[in-house]
Design a protein around this ligand. Structure first.
Ligand SMILES: [Zn+2]
Length: 303
């Protein structure tokens, strides 16, 4: 029985083996794979657009379609902030000085020395520029108004003068700037058009972000002013002599001098002599405005 049943099954096994080989050959042939792919695509169409067929080498390549006109570059979100915070009268025009000119500037006020400094300027018939700090100005609106009434330029320095805070982002800088801008406008009616960066336009706190802040402030029409002479009176340890030496180091030959000073007791004490120094070297005094070509630090200086 065993032999018989084995011999009767052998042809069946051979037939089945041949059929299996045939199925495998068909399944692995390229035309079959293509066919199965067609079937799969028909049964489960792809969600995206159909794949682009590469043109065969014998066909002429279609020229690419004309590109659509470029969309305007997307604006940065901070460009939408404070839609009124623009300098209304900026034209980009600069008027060159026709004579040796010195721009005396006082940072970080108003202070207990502001009235004293204003008295010295008035006595000498000198106009200057005050880059003020909002937190110092909040209770001294009278001094802000006196600066304006006596013909000086009231300009922005900062609201908080907190380097880490204002240079954390462009948004932070704008928030700080807008606060002191509004304060000045409310107290005096003046819309400031110029500013000075705390620490100067390039400093240890804004190295990664200053180009972006400068671009945004320039887009809004504000001009910033660094300096080319310093009384070097921001240090903790100064004297009347060291203030005057800082001025002397700046020399008397440059055609335009933008002088950095702070509202220190030593600086106010030296101010009469500083004015005499420039006057005796044929300088004219003028307040800054946005028609004055600014002294600005070279970007490369921080690298
Ligand atoms: Zn400052």
């Amino acid at each position: 029985m065993k032999l018989n049943s084995g011999s009767s099954r052998r042809p069946m096994i051979l037939i089945l083996s041949a059929a299996l080989v045939l199925v495998l050959v068909l399944a692995l042939s390229p035309s079959s794979r293509q066919y199965q792919g067609t079937l799969q695509q028909a049964a489960f169409p792809a969600a995206g657009p159909p794949a682009v067929q590469e043109p065969s080498s014998s066909e002429e390549a279609e020229p690419p379609p004309e590109p659509e006109p470029a969309e305007p570059a997307p604006s940065f979100p901070y460009q939408e902030l404070y839609p009124d915070l623009y300098c209304p009268d900026f034209t980009g025009e600069s008027i060159p000085a026709t004579q040796k000119t010195v721009y005396l500037t006082f940072d970080d006020g108003p202070s207990d020395r502001t009235a004293w400094i204003l008295d010295i300027l008035k006595k000498n018939d000198v106009k200057a520029t005050f880059f003020v700090v909002g937190k110092n100005a909040a209770a001294r609106g009278d001094l802000l108004r006196r600066i304006v009434e006596e013909g000086h330029t009231l300009a922005i320095h900062s609201n908080t003068h907190n380097y880490r805070q204002i240079y954390a982002s462009v948004d932070s800088f704008l928030a700080d700037f807008e606060a002191v801008y509004r304060l000045i406008e409310q107290e005096t009616g003046v819309k400031p058009s110029i500013f000075r960066f705390p620490g100067g336009s390039i400093n240890a706190y804004n190295a990664g972000i200053y180009p972006e802040i400068i671009a945004e402030m320039t887009r809004r029409g504000f001009r910033y002013y660094d300096w080319n002479v310093s009384a070097q009176d921001a240090a903790a340890s100064i004297s009347v002599l060291s203030v005057k030496q800082g001025i002397w180091r700046g020399g008397w030959e440059r055609p335009e001098a933008t002088v950095l000073m702070h509202e220190k007791w030593e600086t106010a004490t030296a101010l009469d002599e500083i004015i005499y120094y420039y006057r005796s070297h044929d300088y004219t005094f003028a307040p800054l405005d946005n028609k004055v070509t600014p002294i600005i630090f070279d970007y490369k200086r921080c690298y």
